[in-house]
Design a protein around this ligand. Structure first.
Ligand code: C5P
Length: 225
């Protein structure tokens, strides 16, 4: 049986990771969350106290990349041997991740790691530049979108489940603004900006359930397999 690469790209909170994980489960493929990799590098920059330095001297990011280890262990992500699955979702990381991801040495390092991970194919990889840059030869490319209100509501629901104290939840307008700011930064950067590959199948998930999205991507895959 043929094993392919499925590239799922799209803006923030468009349902990429939930869909990608379910598609991978169904096909018996490996799921790779490349956003989690960029978040891990960002966490490392923050914890090393390097953010101010990097803003004035971005070339110093190579210090951070030397000896960096980012890998997946089941559904956990490990940074230099430590489980950072929860830490990378914190707001302080979300706020800085677009800046760190815009740096060329970071992208070169991540792209290399991701290409290695996909070498044997049989992977579903989600991100911003998987179909355009990391695996332009992916057999199936999907571009997921959803209107921003819908994306903010999904993010809100996720936070509400995790948060112990509802009074600490951000308001919908703030979430919407954060999502749009991140999309703009990701789409306007010089290296590997967020954009739809001309061959990617665009799927607007605004009014779709996760199960329907998963079915649609799986049937696209089955047409190829
Ligand atoms: O997918 P997620 O929202 O967790 O990604 C966090 C950030 O990582 C994105 O906003 C983007 O700046 C960066 N990213 C990227 N390229 C990818 C995946 C994520 O630049 N392939």
């Amino acid at each position: 049986e043929k094993r392919i690469i499925i590239a799922i790209d799209g803006p923030a909170a468009s349902g990429k990771s939930t869909t990608a994980r379910k598609v991978a489960d169904r096909l018996g493929y490996t799921y790779i969350d490349t956003g989690a990799m960029y978040r891990s590098v960002t966490l490392k920059a923050i914890e090393s106290g390097l953010m101010d330095t990097l803003r004035s001297s971005p070339e110093r990011v190579v210090d951070l990349l030397a000896g960096l280890s980012v890998c997946f262990s089941g559904d956990r992500i490990m940074l230099d041997g430590r489980d950072v699955t929860l830490a990378i979702r914190e707001n302080r990381v979300s706020r800085e991740v677009s800046f760190i991801s815009s740096l060329k040495p970071v992208r070169d390092t991540m792209r290399q790691m991701q290409q290695d991970m996909g070498r044997g194919r049989g992977v579903v990889m989600d991100g911003r530049d998987i179909g355009t840059v990391v695996f332009p030869d992916a057999e199936l490319k999907v571009f997921l979108t959803a209107d921003v209100r819908q994306r903010a509501m999904r993010r809100y629901a996720e936070l509400a489940v995790k948060s112990g104290d509802p009074s600490e939840l951000p308001c919908l307008e703030d979430l919407e603004r954060e999502i749009l700011d991140r999309d703009r930064a990701d789409a306007e950067r010089e290296h590997a900006p967020l954009k739809k590959h001309p061959d990617a199948r665009e799927l607007d998930t605004s009014s779709l359930t996760i199960d329907v999205q998963t079915d649609m991507v799986c049937s696209m895959a089955e047409d190829i397999l």
